[in-house]
Design a protein around this ligand. Structure first.
Ligand SMILES: [Ca+2]
Ligand SMILES: [Ca+2]
Ligand SMILES: [Ca+2]
Length: 202
């Protein structure tokens, strides 16, 4: 059972998933997200890698979002979404997220060496409008064994942790779009805080 979701996280995710701006999440939203990801990988649209990405988002729709549609209009509105999130269980969510993470990992591991280098991650997140600096910060977040690259295991645990652990500080939302607020942004008011932008625990 996934612990209850913070409303702010739920709202942010809803917004990212609703790419068509219809105030509902629909199958075409997921298809558009898949296509955006395919374009980002620069993989041949007919390649096995591209098909795996589409299959991941399709599976996510079928197993996670379609069941949230309580009134059967093939759209998940915000009320249905929040209700659905709070009844989500690992059995449906984790396999779907893992499937997409696997597809993304394979598509962006361009040299197929089984890990994502800093440059491969910069290529990937750059497609979502994530800055070079933020992409490097993501690498540091995900690279838990600090060997300078992100393994498949590190990637999947970064993504699943974000959704399953409400206290997780890791940002897993880039699967669904650009990072919007970063911890590197300058404070609104000048302060005397002289701490470095990256805290040592990262
Ligand atoms: Ca509905
Ligand atoms: Ca690689
Ligand atoms: Ca690593």
């Amino acid at each position: 059972m996934i612990p209850s979701w913070k409303r702010s996280r739920a709202l942010d995710l809803f917004d990212r998933l609703d790419v068509t701006g219809s105030a509902t999440i629909t199958e075409p939203d997921l298809q558009e997200l898949a296509e955006h990801t395919v374009v980002g990988t620069k993989a041949d649209p007919d390649s096995v890698k591209a098909k795996a990405i589409r299959a991941g988002y399709d599976y996510l729709w079928q197993t996670v979002f379609a069941p949230m549609d309580l009134n059967g209009d093939r759209q998940v509105n915000l009320v249905e979404f929040e209700e659905g999130l709070n009844h989500l269980d690992d059995d449906s969510f984790v396999p779907a997220i893992t499937m997409i993470a696997t597809a993304i990992f394979n598509a962006y591991d361009l040299d197929e060496n089984g890990s994502l280098s800093q440059q491969e991650i910069i290529n990937w997140l750059g497609e979502y409008g994530v800055s070079h600096q933020d992409a490097l910060a993501h690498v540091r977040d995900m690279d838990t064994n600090r060997n300078g690259t992100v393994s498949y295991k590190e990637l999947v645990s970064a993504i699943t942790d974000y959704y399953i652990n409400p206290e997780a500080s890791l940002d897993g939302h880039w699967m669904f779009g650009p990072k919007r607020v970063t911890r590197h942004e300058a404070p609104a008011e000048p302060t005397l805080d002289l701490m470095p932008a990256l805290s040592p625990e990262f």
